[in-house]
Design a protein around this ligand. Structure first.
Ligand SMILES: N[C@@H](CCC(=O)N[C@@H](CS)C(=O)NCC(=O)O)C(=O)O
Length: 252
């Protein structure tokens, strides 16, 4: 039997792609990578051929032969279920439920606020987000076939700018993020990993998220001695082979 070609369409610094790459690394899957440059000068995610693969025009996308999988949660589950290697889903039903809950909670955070909250001008406008609005409007003119997708993106971009304009909304998102890290600490004080004593898909999410908080200088949440279990865990996941193999980014 000819083995299916496995290809991850991804972008090195994307947090979702880091989650997918961690799952692939932990399972020991051999795969090819195709970079989709989502940077502001390339916007390759909107290229027609890629939108055919991923109708939401986001990374990552996983291809296993002819099967195309979108959305990080689906991708990591497909990787866990479809390949040899250590199981990344706990046997115990309550741990499995906890894993799903942590993945939802970690994915539900507003990562853009962490990145752009410190890049506001005197009117609390983020120039990068404003420029993105112009780029999206321009793309909508040039690619009318993507009208619905781009209308949704433009609306999302405007909602994001409105959040950034509102200091209370920014604080609320930061507090939710900090609260999740405190909850992780409570959990990790009683179990070695996020959903129990074995590494699971929830750890691929937590690792990439902690790296992202670190990248944006929120590591003081746990490096000042207050959240010791998270500090110890973060140190430990960085020593796993998957951290380097997956190219997790925590510094500029
Ligand atoms: N729910 C999607 C979200 C993916 C997502 O937002 N990816 C970001 C990078 S982390 C992206 O492709 N951004 C490009 C853009 O927004 O245009 C998933 O989990 O796959």
């Amino acid at each position: 039997m000819i083995a299916s070609i496995i290809r991850l369409y991804d972008f090195p610094r994307s947090i979702c792609c880091q989650m997918a790459r961690l799952a692939l690394a932990e399972k020991g899957v051999d795969y090819a990578r195709r970079t989709i440059d989502i940077g502001k000068d390339a916007n390759e995610q909107f290229d027609a051929w890629y939108v055919e693969l991923n109708p939401k025009a986001v990374v990552p996308t996983l291809a296993v032969g002819d099967e195309i999988i979108n959305d990080t949660k689906n991708i990591v589950r497909r990787v866990d279920e479809g390949f040899d290697g250590p199981p990344l889903t706990p046997q115990d039903p309550s741990e499995r439920e906890a894993m799903t809950q942590w993945m939802n909670d970690i994915m539900g955070l507003h990562y853009g606020v962490l990145l752009y909250g410190s890049e506001l001008d005197d009117d609390r406008v983020c120039p990068t987000i404003a420029a993105r609005g112009v780029m999206l409007a321009d793309l909508r003119e040039r690619q009318p076939e993507l009208k619905d997708l781009l209308d949704a993106r433009i609306a999302g971009n405007e909602r994001f700018q409105a959040v950034l304009k509102d200091p209370a909304a920014v604080d609320e998102h930061l507090e939710s993020t900090h609260e999740l890290v405190r909850r992780l600490d409570t959990q990790l004080a009683t179990s070695r990993f996020v959903a129990g004593d074995t590494y699971s898909l929830a750890d691929t999410f937590a690792t990439a998220a902690l790296a992202r908080f670190d990248l944006h200088d929120y590591d003081h949440w746990w490096s000042n001695g207050s959240l010791g279990a998270v500090a110890e865990y973060y140190d430990r996941v960085q020593k796993r082979a998957s951290w380097a193999t997956a190219g997790v980014v925590n510094s500029n």
